[in-house]
Design a protein around this ligand. Structure first.
Ligand code: ADP
Length: 169
């Protein structure tokens, strides 16, 4: 039986930190389903279709990676997809408390579904979608923090980024 993990998140948009977790997750799992979890009542910068398209472009054509979206209970999705695990990334201590609660809640819903955590790569410690969107909306450069295709789409949304390609030192 191939070992499949579901990697859930909002991916609004996908960052190099997410890609690092996916790449390293593939050393442990045979297949990873990148699952865009969405709440129709919440506003996002990119639509679910745009986010899925950006993830597909960023990961390239890899038969071991699937991209899907879901708005229901995560453990139900995991069960139906015959995955064994939920894959999550941990950055700072600030992630820890929330991730801990989420993992315990999911475990309460289904004891057979384990959550596996990977520590962030040191380069991506402070890389998160919210900060990237904030910086981009103010015209700040996020080059090097997101895949090139995401950078291009952010520039379309925030034209003031256009002339700022510097990688901050
Ligand atoms: P964000 O927190 O950036 O908005 P998501 O909600 O899409 O991103 O996060 C999905 C998962 O990816 C979470 O487990 C989150 O901790 C993890 N993750 C996000 N960014 C990073 C990063 N830079 N390094 C490691 N894990 C990350």
């Amino acid at each position: 039986m191939p070992k499949t993990a579901v990697y859930p998140g909002s991916f609004d948009p996908i960052t190099n930190g997410h890609l690092d977790i996916i790449k390293r997750g593939l050393r442990i799992f045979d297949k990873i389903i990148v699952l865009i979890g969405y709440n129709p009542d919440k506003t996002s910068l990119f639509t679910v279709d745009e986010r899925a398209e950006l993830i597909r472009s960023a990961v390239g054509n890899n038969p071991r990676i699937e991209v899907d979206s879901y708005s229901g209970l995560l453990v139900e999705y995991v069960r139906n997809s015959e995955a064994c695990c939920i894959l999550r990334g941990l950055r700072a201590m600030s992630d820890f408390e929330y991730e801990f609660q989420l993992a315990l809640m999911n475990r309460r819903f289904d004891r057979n579904v384990e959550t596996v955590f990977l520590m962030t790569g040191s380069k991506w410690f402070y890389c998160n979608s919210r900060i990237i969107k904030e910086a981009a909306s103010l015209g700040g450069s996020v080059k090097g923090m997101v895949p090139d295709i995401v950078l291009q789409k952010l520039k379309e949304k925030f034209p003031s980024m256009e002339n700022n390609n510097q990688i901050p030192r």
